[in-house]
Design a protein around this ligand. Structure first.
Ligand code: AMP
Length: 400
């Protein structure tokens, strides 16, 4: 990565404005139900504080749509961070204006503070220049550790970088870019990608970009049925994106012409309804009954995919193989998680994209058994599509 990182800055006496991704899930009592995103940024925060710098932590939470809404306040995060760091972490009731300036002014060396939700102001997502300048006025240097929002050009991820120098990547950002960047640019081979999830539409660009780069592309999840349809098969009541059938056909033709090893499931588990109480059957790909719907990959496919994954030296996985939220249709997703854990032990680099596949691997208790679980669903997909993330492009170049 040709960008400056947190290791290139001496933080002593400096006020660092740190964009973190504290968009954590809260329950109805506003308790944090999963603090992974907070704990993942601790190394960055600790580094700044231990050097005698001050860290002003800014984040969004939920979708308050540009208005202050108490249910999306970051106050519970500041309280939780106090526990994690074992010190008082003050909270500023706004991220700009007098309240923010006052709280920032009261900070001492080696202390940090959480600013209120950036998205209480519509200017954040609009990447408003005046707002970006106001945010920048609170600090001396800028650190971006929010990989999950790096694919968005917002005031706190992009606009702000025009007004602070240097702008550097935090440790979490660096780790994400190291793993995903290497997979995109210089993967150890064989390089195998596993794609699943509900729809083709969100993954077309990833499929097309990966097709020519990987040694094998394994496709499961709801999108497999649109490919089946393109092959002229009966798919019963399975998920279908009618308007994508043509595109699926083109992708299959292109894969054949370029001799891409694109593997579709050879069997699937079907249910008589989309419910956890559904009756189930395992059928070959060519024998999906008319009134049934495909909800998971079948055992022969698990074998086929596992064999490809065992040959790999780099694996990228995005999207569950079936409706893993229902136990009866979770076997395919769990099997992929297990094989990834197994090959990781053998030295294969295994990367799980954010979102549902990250949730699935954590649910299988194997989150720590793979090389890297990304904290950014959309951002990791955009990297795999070959796009440049605006929040990364905006950071200071190493030779600046
Ligand atoms: P995505 O957000 O596109 O990664 O999709 C994740 C969702 O895809 C999960 O909620 C799964 O339940 C769903 N999914 C996976 N396989 C199927 C399938 N065969 N039919 C319907 N939904 C599926």
């Amino acid at each position: 990565m040709n960008k400056m990182t947190i290791d290139h800055v001496a933080f002593k006496g400096k006020r660092a404005l740190v964009r973190v991704d504290f968009n954590v899930p809260l329950d109805e009592q506003r308790r944090i139900t999963d603090d992974t995103r907070i704990t993942e940024s601790l190394p960055t925060i600790r580094k700044i504080l231990s050097e005698g710098g001050q860290a002003l932590l800014m984040s969004h939470l939920g979708r308050p749509k540009g208005k202050p809404k108490p249910e999306f306040s970051l106050r519970p995060v500041a309280e939780h961070l106090s526990t994690l760091l074992d010190r008082n972490v003050p909270f500023a009731e706004d991220c700009v204006g007098p309240k923010a300036r006052e709280a920032a002014g009261a900070l001492q060396e080696g202390e940090c503070l959480v600013l209120e939700n950036l998205r209480f102001h519509p200017e954040e997502e609009a990447n408003d220049d005046t707002f970006a300048k106001e945010l920048a006025g609170l600090g001396d240097v800028y650190v971006n550790d929010a990989f999950g929002t790096a694919h968005r050009a917002h005031a706190s991820t992009e606009g702000i970088t025009k007004y602070l120098q240097p702008c550097v990547a935090g440790y979490l950002m660096q780790k994400e870019l190291d793993y995903l960047g290497r997979a995109v640019g210089n993967p150890a081979r064989p390089y195998v990608a596993v794609l699943g999830g509900a729809k083709i539409s969100g993954k077309i660009d990833v499929i097309q970009n990966l097709m020519t780069r990987v040694d094998a592309l394994l496709i499961g999840g709801g999108m497999m049925f649109t490919f089946y349809k393109a092959e002229g098969r009966e798919i019963g009541k399975s998920l279908l994106e009618e308007e994508k059938v043509e595109l699926a056909r083109k992708i299959l033709d292109e894969a054949a012409a370029k001799k891409v090893n694109l593997l579709l499931p050879v069997d699937c588990v079907v249910g008589d309804k989309f419910e956890s109480s559904a009756a189930t059957r395992t059928v070959d790909a060519a024998a999906i009954p008319k009134d049934w719907m495909g909800l998971d990959i079948g055992p022969k496919t698990i074998e086929l995919f596992s064999a490809e994954l065992r040959k790999a030296k780099t694996v990228v996985w995005n999207g569950p193989m079936g409706v893993f939220e229902m136990e009866k249709f979770a076997a395919g997703t769990k099997a992929v998680a297990r094989v990834l854990a197994e090959v990781t032990k053998g030295g294969t680099v295994t990367i799980v994209g954010g979102g549902d596949s990250a949730a699935a691997i954590v649910q299988a208790g194997l989150g720590k058994a793979v090389s890297h679980v990304s904290t950014g669903g959309g951002a990791s997909l955009e990297l795999l599509e070959g796009k440049v993330l605006p929040g990364v492009a905006a950071l200071s170049d190493l030779d600046e």
